[in-house]
Design a protein around this ligand. Structure first.
Ligand code: MF3
Ligand code: CO
Length: 254
């Protein structure tokens, strides 16, 4: 069942989303050669707590950190640790923040120093794929319209689509209905209605689509060791279209 959020719920998710945006903006200035992913996690944890909010990943199904840090060929759910960032890396920071019982979720892939052209293309087209998906968010459209737009955009730019992971509804729970694959046919799936809150999150690979999970039980990587990128927004379906609840403050979004 896809829930329709009331005004109060939307207000709380909007605030959670704003805190996600603020935390991303805060972390961005620390994403430089030499910092460890564990240090980034600690910065995020303390920043979130100081804002009277909850780092919802911490303890979720026993996940041991407040954010996910996925470097280069890591796609999602990388666990922060002793790895120190190197010039030329890409790192995805993915986080869910809870505020008064409501969640918001956003992931961005960042460049560390100067990245090569291949990684630049990967980041550019993965981010654009998210916005292609967002263009389909309006009442009456179906989930498949989002999926199909993302898949077409990825394939037009020679990127492959991770099939095992995708977007989702969000609210009191981090993951609610519907499931939003980043591939599929248009005109199929549930219809969007005002008041739904969903996360759209293309995960695109430079090489092949195949993935595997590390023995740590979390980190998901590309089999061919090529880099992967991930861009995610939490959005509210409105009467006209959508509103981004996790705006990029570094790009003056919203
Ligand atoms: N945005 C990630 C997801 O939707 C957050 C995962 S938190 C974790 O899967 F605890 F599961 F890692
Ligand atoms: Co998500």
């Amino acid at each position: 069942m896809i829930s329709i959020k009331n005004e109060k719920e939307i207000e709380l998710i909007t605030h959670a989303g704003y805190l996600v945006s603020l935390t991303h903006q805060y972390l961005k200035k620390f994403i430089k050669e030499g910092i460890t992913t564990k240090q980034l996690d600690k910065l995020a944890h303390d920043f979130i707590i100081e804002h009277d909010a909850i780092p919802s990943c911490l303890g979720y199904e026993s996940y041991p950190a407040s954010i996910c840090t996925s470097v280069n060929d890591e796609i999602v759910h990388g666990i922060p640790g002793d790895y120190s960032l190197k010039n030329g890396d890409i790192i995805t920071i993915d986080m869910v923040i809870g505020y008064k019982g409501y969640q918001a979720d956003a992931a961005w892939t960042y460049a560390v120093g100067q990245i090569n052209e291949k990684k630049q293309q990967l980041l550019k087209y993965t981010e654009e794929a998210l916005y292609e998906g967002l263009k389909q968010v309006k009442p009456g459209n179906r989930i498949g319209d989002i999926s199909n737009a993302i898949e077409n955009y990825a394939h037009d730019h020679q990127l492959s689509v991770v099939e095992e992971l995708g977007g989702h509804g969000i609210g009191q729970e981090m993951h609610e209905d519907p499931w939003i694959p980043n591939f599929g046919k248009k005109h199929v799936g549930p219809r969007l209605k005002p008041g739904m809150v969903i996360c759209i999150e293309p995960m695109l690979n430079y090489g092949k689509k195949d993935i595997y999970q590390m023995p740590d039980g979390w980190t998901i990587k590309t089999v061919d060791q090529q880099p992967s990128a991930h861009f995610e927004h939490t959005v509210l379906v409105t009467d006209q279209g959508y509103k981004i609840l996790t705006p990029r403050l570094d790009k003056n979004e919203n």
